[in-house]
Design a protein around this ligand. Structure first.
Ligand code: 6GU
Length: 265
């Protein structure tokens, strides 16, 4: 299998946040084995003037600060190697963007498209992705309208900045790339990959403080184990995340099992 490397450009005011997460575990191994390249770009380096200001007061008043457009445009255009002049902005905008149109430029904000496993698979299909991390109250809207190609949120809560979201996305995406997990079936079995929550796992000892491992797992009967696991996954999903069942791919007998559950409980 061709093990092509994936390149992330991360635009941030706090590149230091990424240092230790990239130096541990799966992300470190992916970098060391050449399957992942992460380039951190400090937006402040692209800000003009002695104070290299990256934020300013919002027009119209109100609290908080807004990320200025110039440093963000300059950083992304310099790194990805394209430029949008104001004259070109209208009809020619798409054409100017063409050379790099295969690189998603993703704004990380709580207003974005909800991140999930399906979106992780989608991003894992690109060889290069740019992530822009916001701070303060938000981005000047022109960044969203004329620079970003997509906007992603990792959930319905507010973070101080997009950096932790970028790390979440990086982790979820890179582990889907061929060769990143040692086990070739690795990510296939995960919770959410099949649209269901995962079944319960047990390891030795068979009894711990009086709590037994389910008998079926010790039986050595693989067909029974598989059936039990699938039923547990269905049951757990039905109890905790029933909305996931609407999009899951289920067989007729699995639907019958769910029907039975809803009658019993
Ligand atoms: Cl991507 N950014 C921020 N600042 N907060 C978030 C988020 C992103 N996703 C959820 N909350």
């Amino acid at each position: 299998m061709l093990q092509c490397h994936m390149h992330f450009d991360i635009f941030t005011l706090f590149p230091g946040i990424f240092e230790s997460p990239l130096r541990e575990s799966m992300l470190k191994r992916a970098i060391d084995s050449g399957l992942l390249e992460v380039q951190l770009h400090n937006i402040r380096d692209y800000a003009e003037g002695r104070h290299q200001v990256t934020d300013d007061y919002p027009y119209g008043g109100g609290g908080g600060m807004v990320m200025k457009p110039e440093p963000v445009f300059s950083a992304v255009e310099t790194v990805l190697g394209f430029e949008m002049s104001s004259a070109m902005r209208n009809e020619a905008e798409a054409a100017v963007r063409q050379p790099n149109s295969e690189i998603p430029i993703i704004l990380l904000t709580p207003q974005g498209r909800p991140f999930n496993q399906q979106l992780a698979f989608e991003l894992a299909g690109y060889d290069r992705v740019a992530l822009i991390c916001g701070r303060y109250e938000g981005f000047d809207e022109r960044i969203r309208e004329h620079l970003a190609t997509d906007e992603i949120s990792i959930g319905d809560y507010v973070l101080t900045g997009g950096e932790l979201a970028a790390l979440v996305i990086l982790d979820a995406v890179i582990r889907l790339r061929p060769g990143v997990l040692g086990d070739p079936t690795g990510a296939v079995d995960d919770s959410h990959a099949g649209g269901l929550l995962e079944y319960p796992h047990y390891t030795r000892p068979p009894e711990f403080r009086g709590w037994q491992v389910p008998e079926v797992l010790l039986s050595g009967n693989h067909a029974k184990v598989e059936r039990w696991r699938r039923e547990q996954a269905l049951r757990r999903t039905w109890l905790r995340r029933p909305e996931l069942l609407e999009r899951a791919e289920l067989t007729d007998s699995e639907r019958a099992f769910l029907q039975q559950l809803s009658q019993k409980e």
